[in-house]
Design a binder for this molecule. Structure first.
Ligand code: HEM
Length: 481
């Protein structure tokens, strides 16, 4: 223990963290890790010791150095928690750099939309379905009170949109308006489990082995991710059949890039995990922030109405059109800044052979550096965002220019990881947010049902939520084209 304490003794941090991981684990149990990391960074500086072999790093340059394409840092075994099937790799849990490079090269066109028609059509379909459902069941008129739980609906939308983008087929969540296969409950349990046990990565080796591997999702399951996995396998098999009609979706792109059956299943199952909770969280938090900031809400609504009246945007809004609405883009960035969707994910990277210097501290080989749970601290740091760092003020993105704007943008980019570890789904995420938010704002007056407790946040590895009840009133359709 003394030996272990010595090798990082020069890194500041709570004294107990030199000997035990309990500090970290306890704050995971209490679901306050993001806030606690922020407090640590404010107390000790950007590099803080959080365990016998662990540090957190909230320095932009250091994070870029760690994740750069040429960096020798590797993903730690922590990433094993993203494994969907025993002994099978997906891009997120894959740690071998050469295998990662090859897999990333082959999945990239699918994520960027190269080589197949953009996934915009699929997103439009899912949005249209959601709007139709809201119009039919949830529009409040006068005394009629028809509240909608945005915490669930944002998820239903995100699941269906993921199905459309990935294999041109909705998962049917909006249709049934049910938490199919207990997915939300199971997600919440899994995300909490990952948060708390993620510090003991070796546990995941055991979970993958007999008999604990029976707890993992499998194709024949009646509930949970096994159902999605089984469904995904079926769609892949259908598409791989000789003579099947090629489609313009991610599955087709992956097939065209030569991914085999197992690889297809692992990558598409992973997407169901990483591409839904994140987007749903961003939708929820953007609406929450807008409804609690009337000036911003009105300014955004005015921008959208004005663009619609000048025929600058269609219904549904195109991705390119959304990109030309500066206030909308500022709102999305500001919301992702304040509430990064992967809020408490550690995303540990291992220091390479020979050790490394970051922010003036030497880190010995094998040290685990958390590059994830600190994003909340960085995104609210007064030294970067000024005194009003805690406040939702989209205007900051319009006021900044030149080097200042570049700094803000680079810092926010860390919300999606960086360099060799960067999120490939960023384009899809921005496309979805750039379409969903204006479609909701132009059509409805949205208000929170409970002003005192507008939502119950559940900060696990992803920022989940319960009970975000909203009231939606229809606006005049004059602004739609
Ligand atoms: C607002 C939405 C999103 C946010 C904030 C986000 C953030 C992240 C972060 C922080 C990482 C890990 C970086 C690291 O390991 O250091 C990641 C990885 C990943 N994300 Fe996203 N993500 C979002 C949406 C999506 C979507 C929509 C998809 C897919 C359709 C997606 C697919 C992936 C994949 C496949 C990885 C693994 C990449 C790798 O290890 O090389 N993400 N994302």
């Amino acid at each position: 223990r003394i030996q272990r304490w010595r090798h990082l003794r020069h890194i500041p941090g709570p004294p107990a963290c030199g000997f035990t991981s309990l500090w970290w684990v306890w704050h995971c149990v209490t679901k306050t890790l993001h806030e606690d990391c922020k407090n640590l960074v404010e107390t000790y500086g950007p590099v803080v010791r959080t365990g016998p072999n662990e540090v957190i790093c909230a320095d932009l340059d250091a994070l870029q150095q760690i994740s750069s394409v040429r960096s020798d840092y590797r993903k730690d075994d922590w990433y094993l928690l993203a494994r969907v099937s025993p002994d099978k790799e997906n891009l997120l849990c894959m740690r071998d750099p050469e295998l990662r490079k090859d897999r990333k090269r082959r999945v990239k066109p699918g994520y960027t939309g190269e080589g197949h028609e953009s996934f915009e059509h699929g997103i439009d379909k899912a949005i249209a379905h959601w709007i139709e459902l809201i119009d039919r069941k949830y529009v409040g008129t006068g005394k009629a009170f028809r509240p909608l739980d945005l915490s669930k609906h944002s998820h239903f939308y995100a699941f269906d949109a993921q199905g459309e983008i990935a294999y041109s087929q909705s998962h049917g969540f909006l249709d049934s308006e049910q938490e199919l296969h207990n997915i939300l409950k199971i997600t919440e349990f899994l995300m909490y489990f990952m948060l708390v046990l993620g510090n003991f990565s070796s546990i995941f080796y055991y979970v993958q082995k007999w008999p604990l591997n029976y707890l993992l999702p499998r194709d024949g399951d009646q509930s949970g991710f096994g159902v999605i996995r089984g469904y995904t396998t079926k769609l892949i098999d259908q598409r791989l059949e000789v003579g099947s009609t090629p489609k313009r979706d991610i599955l087709q792109s992956f097939i065209n890039q030569g991914l085999g059956r197992d690889e297809l299943r692992e990558e598409l199952s992973l997407q169901f995990f990483v591409g839904t909770d994140t987007v749903a969280s961003a939708i929820r938090m953007t609406i929450l922030l807008l409804t609690s900031s009337p000036q911003s809400y009105q300014r955004l609504q005015a921008e959208i109405d004005d663009a619609a009246s000048k025929d600058l945007i269609g219904a549904p809004i195109r991705d390119a059109e959304a990109g030309r609405l500066p206030y909308l883009q500022a709102v999305i960035r500001e919301s992702l800044r304040l509430f990064p969707p992967s809020i408490s994910s550690a995303f540990y990277k291992r220091v390479p052979k020979g050790g490394d210097n970051i922010h003036g501290y030497f880190l010995p080989e094998g040290t685990r550096v958390a590059t994830g749970a600190v994003i909340y601290a960085m995104n609210r740091s007064k030294s970067i965002w000024c005194q009003d760092a805690q406040i939702f003020r989209p205007e900051r993105w319009l006021e900044a220019d030149g080097e200042r704007l570049a700094l803000l943008a680079k810092t926010l980019d860390m919300t999606f990881g960086h360099g060799q570890f960067a999120c490939p789904g960023k384009t899809i995420a921005f496309m979805q947010l750039g379409k969903v938010i204006p479609e909701l704002i132009r059509r409805y007056h949205i208000s929170m049902v409970d002003a005192v407790k507008p939502v119950k946040l559940i900060p696990t590895v992803a920022l989940l939520a319960h009970d975000q009840w909203v009231r939606l009133e229809k606006r005049p359709r004059a602004n739609e084209r």
